[in-house]
Design a protein around this ligand. Structure first.
Ligand code: HPA
Length: 284
């Protein structure tokens, strides 16, 4: 059952009040730490933290490799608010429940959203451990997108070809990656509902649609867009599919591969956070 627009505003205000009571700073940036970036949490100077179960209207995170806490603090001196673990549609939550935290992060004053996730590589040029900068998506999560907009944004419906991933942040991420000698590539993220990994037949089909496949991110990105919050999203390729591959993907493989590639992603995120773009809210 979705909350009405009024109920949703009241729910956001309740969650914001709890966070503000423990941390009075305005975050520059919000980060969603998915499977790819979970250990970045260890590098945040934490000033306050809440288990999701202590935050009003937050649901619980149950997926492998996902913790369930909201962190407030600083990374490289920049105030930020981070979700350590996210919610997924395959956990049985509604789109509104999955994306509720994004509304709270925006209401707290965050001006940017950095998202990470793990994905399966379909583009044959991708290897396990690669980082893909998401520049577009294909939403195959069913009606997840529709349920998102009880506070209906006329704007979202108006644009024939919305740009959900901020072009300036994408360029900046590419520039920093080049400077740090971190190989990244742009590409399309295909979002499936899950929770199962894809069958070989599904992979062959999905390969025609995009570069990587995963089970998250699109709901949060749609809401961020509705709220006018610029997004940059990194996908950590944790397993790759080859047409004649008979290997199974397990959630352990995915979590381990993500942990190995995490330091590079952390460097990139730190560069973005400390760039003039994010710290002053404008392009130099
Ligand atoms: N499919 C879907 N989601 C994923 C995968 C995959 O192969 N790897 C990591 N997340």
């Amino acid at each position: 059952m979705n909350l009405s627009a009024d109920q949703l505003s009241a729910a956001i205000a309740e969650a914001v009040a709890v966070v503000r009571a423990g941390w009075a700073t305005r975050p520059h940036t919000a980060i969603i730490l998915g499977t790819g970036l979970g250990s970045l949490a260890q590098h945040i100077e934490i000033e306050a933290e809440w288990s999701y179960r202590d935050l009003p209207h937050f649901v619980r995170s149950t997926a492998d490799g996902h913790r369930g806490r909201l962190l407030a603090g600083r990374l490289a001196g920049v105030p930020l608010i981070a979700m350590d673990g996210r919610f997924h549609a395959y956990e049985g939550y509604s789109a509104q429940q999955i994306t509720f935290p994004v509304r709270v992060l925006a209401a707290l004053g965050a001006e940017f959203l950095i998202v990470s996730n793990a994905s399966g590589g379909m583009n044959p040029l991708l290897r396990s451990g690669d980082i893909l900068l998401i520049d577009d998506h294909v939403n195959l999560m069913g009606n997840v997108g529709r349920a998102l907009l009880p506070v209906s944004s006329a704007e979202t419906g108006k644009s024939a070809r919305p740009t959900f991933y901020d072009p300036q942040l994408l360029s900046l991420a590419e520039r920093f990656a080049a400077e740090e000698q971190i190989p990244i590539r742009r590409g399309t993220y295909v979002a499936m509902l899950g929770p199962n990994y894809e069958t070989r037949a599904e992979y062959r089909w999905l390969r025609t649609l995009g570069d990587v496949v995963g089970m998250s991110t699109v709901p949060e990105v749609l809401v961020a867009h509705e709220l006018g919050l610029p997004v940059v999203a990194f996908s950590m390729v944790t397993n790759v599919f080859r047409a004649d591959d008979v290997q199974q993907t397990t959630s352990e493989d995915v979590v381990n591969a993500a942990a190995n590639a995490e330091p590079q992603l952390r460097r990139l995120v730190t560069r973005l956070l400390t760039s003039d773009f994010t710290s002053r809210g404008q392009v130099f």
